[in-house]
Design a protein around this ligand. Structure first.
Ligand code: HAM
Length: 414
């Protein structure tokens, strides 16, 4: 038996009517990003593995176990991009011009995770990267942009959690402090965290295992382990956020699973999402590409999760699509041919329409038009052709009227 091949696990087709919501989210985001002078960058989906391994960190979950990595036919180690930041940094490092850049991207990312609600293997991120200033005001501006985006989309329950990892010296102090505090409880950590304790202790703070979470509650606040300058940076950020009216919660044990972050880190969660509750994550970072260090601030929003948080019905999604003004129904071949040229001239006038070419009975063509969500139908058969008129029916009201062919465009445009 010839079976239709299924799409790959965790990789979905996105179609009508849900596509209406996707397009609306994208358009709304583009309009908002333009207000902040961001321009779009489209990087390739396939990259060399080295673009990610160093910048995200060898021990990060993404590099360690989630990259779709393989050798191409030329023996090059390549992968499907698991996130957007590193590719943008590769581009900017190649240009040798990483100052005053404000870039955004939208597109698919790939991680070989176990799929569940809100967790896909192919998912979509809107990401922004701003490389213009070391000031905490830039961090605050990007957080405020993130706020505006979510509000623009109608996500009302987002909680912004912020923390700081300080600079690389602070990171060492944080690791030492955490090790000292967690060492007495090592035995009760899960098997993964026992390994994390040795390899990357910060990641113990991220563990969802209830036993580990209990131990983590006794861990010191990362903010208390920062040097005075890094602490002052964080305090200045909080002051800037207060000034801009951005609400946030300080979460002193928040870590992010990627190595490139320094100073500010944040996560935005939505209580409506269940276990995969992170709508977005971001922070200030330093990424080394070749000999260049690129420093910026950015975030990535998971669009599938925004869609889940919005909880729109299929009908609400459909209403976000541009309406179909008209379906042209033809009784017979002669009418169908005449309707083809009428459709062409209507489209030139900005009226969206489609000619039903099924050759089926009027009743069936009507049903097709209803299913397509058309606002009106135009009906012609030999009788209408001979009389030079079209019968136009408005589907919502069932009102019907004969209109002279030449007047149809103006009548519809009314
Ligand atoms: P991330 O936290 O790994 O950060 O991903 C950002 C967002 O992508 C998450 O908060 C989540 O909404 C979504 N996401 C991640 N994995 C999945 C998945 N398997 N299925 C569905 N959604 C997912 C980054 O990727 C950083 N590059 C963000 C960034 C940009 N930081 C600075 N600039």
């Amino acid at each position: 038996m010839n079976e239709v091949p299924a799409s790959l696990k965790g990789m979905d087709d996105i179609v009508c009517p849900e596509i209406g919501l996707w397009q609306w989210l994208e358009k709304t985001a583009r309009d908002i990003l333009a207000l902040y002078a961001f321009t779009e960058i489209r990087t390739p989906i396939l990259e060399r593995q080295e673009v990610f391994t160093r910048s995200l960190g060898e021990t990060s979950d993404i590099v360690h176990k989630e990259m779709f990595a393989f050798e191409d036919r030329g023996g090059r180690a390549i992968c499907l991009r698991p996130e957007g930041t590193a590719g943008v940094m590769r581009h900017l490092a190649g240009l040798g011009q990483a100052r005053n850049q404000r870039l955004y991207y939208m597109g698919p990312m790939f991680r070989a995770e176990n799929p569940q609600k809100g967790r896909k293997r192919q998912f979509h991120q809107l990401g922004v990267e701003a490389l213009s200033s070391p000031s905490p005001w830039l961090d605050a501006e990007i957080l405020e942009l993130q706020h505006r985006l979510l509000a623009g989309w109608g996500v009302t329950d987002a909680v912004f959690r912020i923390n700081s990892r300080g600079n690389s010296d602070d990171m060492n102090a944080i690791r030492v402090g955490l090790k000292a505090a967690l060492n007495p409880h090592r035995d009760v950590l899960c098997a993964d965290c026992k390994k994390r304790f040795e390899e990357n202790i910060l990641r113990v703070l991220d563990c969802k295992n209830p036993g580990c979470a209990e131990v983590v509650r006794s861990a010191p606040s990362m903010l208390d382990l920062l040097c005075p300058e890094s602490r002052a940076y964080f305090d200045a950020l909080c002051g800037a956020l207060d000034h801009l009216g951005v609400r946030y919660v300080v979460e002193p044990r928040l870590v992010r699973g990627l190595d490139y972050y320094e100073h500010t880190i944040w996560e935005v969660t939505s209580p409506s999402l269940g276990s995969q509750d992170a709508l977005s994550g971001g922070g200030r970072y330093g990424v080394t590409m070749g000999k260049q260090l690129l420093q910026g601030v950015g975030f990535g929003v998971g669009l599938e999760r925004v869609i889940l948080a919005l909880g729109k019905s299929p009908e609400e999604c459909r209403q976000l699509l541009p309406p179909l003004d008209l379906v042209l129904i033809s009784m017979g071949e002669r009418a169908m041919v005449a309707n083809q040229s009428l459709a062409k001239s209507l489209r030139s006038r900005g009226i969206s329409c489609v000619v039903d070419m099924s050759g089926k009975k009027m009743k069936d063509q009507f049903r097709n038009a209803l299913e397509a969500g058309a606002l009106r139908v135009l009906i012609r058969g030999d009788q209408e052709l001979d009389a030079g008129v079209c019968r136009i029916k408005t589907l919502a009201t069932q009102e019907q009227q004969d209109v002279v062919v030449e007047d149809v465009p103006a009548w519809l445009a009314r």
